[in-house]
Design a protein around this ligand. Structure first.
Ligand code: C5P
Length: 224
């Protein structure tokens, strides 16, 4: 029984999609359900961690005991994460929109009828929350874990991501199938010096096993 394994540990978790407004009634977003991130927050709480869960809009109830911070945009999510530091571990599960509309109109956009020129939407890059937190000089969490949803060359892309974003671990998964929004996940856990392929299992089981690994690693005093 390792129920108290994360006692005294502050974990910061992001989950869900972000919404990037185009006008007051429209936004850009993605299919993230928040399920994996919420399951991780719950598993960490069950091991005794104090958890700040920063979440985009999802249809889930936050786990009991979480310090819950609802946000919509990537910029709000970054701000909420920075305000939640210091943390011992940061787990970036959110499917942050990489791009947002350059301008959010204050009035509902009117699209002209057929025959007029087709409207163009200018996009600009969002801040990379994981990269920003992982590169902090002061207040970098001891263990920074990113997720990488890929549709091909999963491990290769994930290893590059680990280095680029200065993560300690990357949880890589293949989203070419039914993983996004689904109940199960099949992951490769990529650490700096090795990687492990886990069998396909429920997202709650992935969460529990990951939480246990986090407890062992923080207990050993390093990101292994
Ligand atoms: O580059 P990519 O979007 O595939 O990276 C995925 C990882 O980076 C996830 O852990 C996600 O939460 C994080 N991310 C982020 N901010 C972004 C884009 C991705 O924190 N703007």
């Amino acid at each position: 029984n390792n129920a108290g394994a994360l006692k005294g540990v502050h974990a910061l978790v992001t989950a869900g999609p972000t919404r990037e407004p185009l006008d007051p009634v429209r936004f850009l977003s993605n299919h993230s359900s928040g399920r994996q991130g919420y399951a991780i927050a719950d598993a960490l709480i069950k091991l005794g961690a104090s958890v700040t869960l920063v979440s985009g809009p999802v249809a889930l109830t936050p786990p009991a005991g979480a310090d819950f911070v609802p946000v919509e945009t990537a910029r709000q999510m970054l701000k909420a994460c920075e305000e939640a530091l210091p943390a011992d571990v940061f787990i970036s599960v959110a499917a942050v929109a990489d791009w947002r509309p350059a301008r959010a109109a204050t009035k509902k956009l009117k699209i002209k009828g057929a025959g007029s020129e087709h409207p163009a939407m200018e996009l600009i890059e969002n801040p990379d929350i994981l990269k920003t937190i992982a590169h902090k000089r002061k207040n970098r969490p001891d263990l920074v874990i990113g997720f990488a949803a890929e549709t091909h060359d999963v491990e290769e892309h994930a290893e590059a991501k680990l280095a680029r974003k200065n993560c300690d671990w990357i949880v890589a998964n293949d989203v070419s199938g039914d993983v996004m929004g689904g109940a199960e996940n099949e992951i490769v856990l990529i650490m700096r010096d090795r990687s492990e392929r886990w069998p396909r299992m429920g997202k709650e089981d992935v969460a529990r096993q990951l939480a246990t690994r986090i407890a062992v690693t923080l207990g050993d005093g390093g990101a292994g």
